[in-house]
Design a binder for this molecule. Structure first.
Ligand SMILES: [Zn+2]
Length: 257
């Protein structure tokens, strides 16, 4: 065996290995190309799923909570975010920013709508818990000055302003979207070209209508035809197909389907 032969052998083996890897990879469920999951963190849930598919583990694998991912984080009155919750943001439109991991998805969605002649206009996106706390405290102070007790003032404020940590806008994953011809946040937005476009296409970019009309009892939030939340393309499509809101979907995931 001369050096050349060994080299050829090594190259051949590498090719075989690469082909085998290629075949293994092609067995994995392919993702739709529209998903801009080029960030490492965004790919985490898929990796977890792949791990769980390997049955040859002899040691018992500790059960992972499939809902324990950043994109499925729940922020509602029953599940406030931790006080030290931090978001790394990136601009999405004008001065509006969102979580850096979803900013590209939002920008792509806005661009795709524009190509279809539809203008999506963000009117609210990320809001820090600190800012929410300031807004909340200012309103409490107004009620206190009007003679209410601290408890009364806080309770009344909570009906007007989300208790800090409970607003989905603080996750950086949600945005209120309108369109130039219809800038009010009301149910009628759903009937505009922008509303209809979002209903049809948002899931392709990983966004869901977070507070649907028929889920008020579960979300405890009124129907918000304008509020879209990122959950990732896979989850968004599943939720849309099954007609589940986030709370219901998380329950189903935890239940192990
Ligand atoms: Zn909103």
């Amino acid at each position: 065996m001369n050096g050349k032969f060994i080299m050829t052998l090594v190259v051949l083996l590498l090719c075989v290995g690469a082909t085998a890897v290629g075949i293994m990879l092609s067995d994995q469920p392919t993702e739709t190309p529209v998903q801009p999951d080029n960030q490492q963190s965004a790919a985490l849930p898929e990796e977890k799923e792949e791990e769980q598919k390997e049955p040859e583990e002899t040691e018992p694998v500790p059960e992972e909570d499939p809902t324990d991912t950043w994109e499925l984080i729940l922020a509602n009155p029953d599940h406030p975010l931790p006080e030290d919750f931090q978001v790394e943001t990136a601009p999405v439109q004008g001065n509006f920013v969102m979580d850096i991991r979803v900013a590209d998805s939002m920008k792509e969605m806005i661009a795709a709508a524009q190509e279809d002649g539809v203008e999506l206009m963000i009117c609210s996106s990320y809001r820090s818990i600190q800012r929410q706390q300031e807004l909340f405290d200012e309103q409490v102070a107004i009620f206190r000055n009007a003679g209410k007790s601290q408890e009364e003032a806080e309770a009344e404020t909570a009906t007007m302003i989300a208790v800090p940590g409970t607003s989905e806008h603080q996750t950086g994953l949600a945005a209120d979207i309108v369109t130039p011809s219809h800038q009010t946040l009301d149910p009628e937005f759903a009937e505009t070209a922008a509303g209809k476009w979002l209903t049809e296409n948002a899931a392709d970019y990983g966004f869901i209508l977070r507070y649907p009309e028929d889920k008020e009892a579960t979300t405890k939030i009124i129907y918000e035809s304008w509020h879209y939340r990122y959950v990732g393309v896979e989850h968004a499509k599943a939720m849309k197909e099954k007609g589940l809101c986030l709370e219901e979907y998380l329950e189903e995931l935890k239940g192990g389907e």
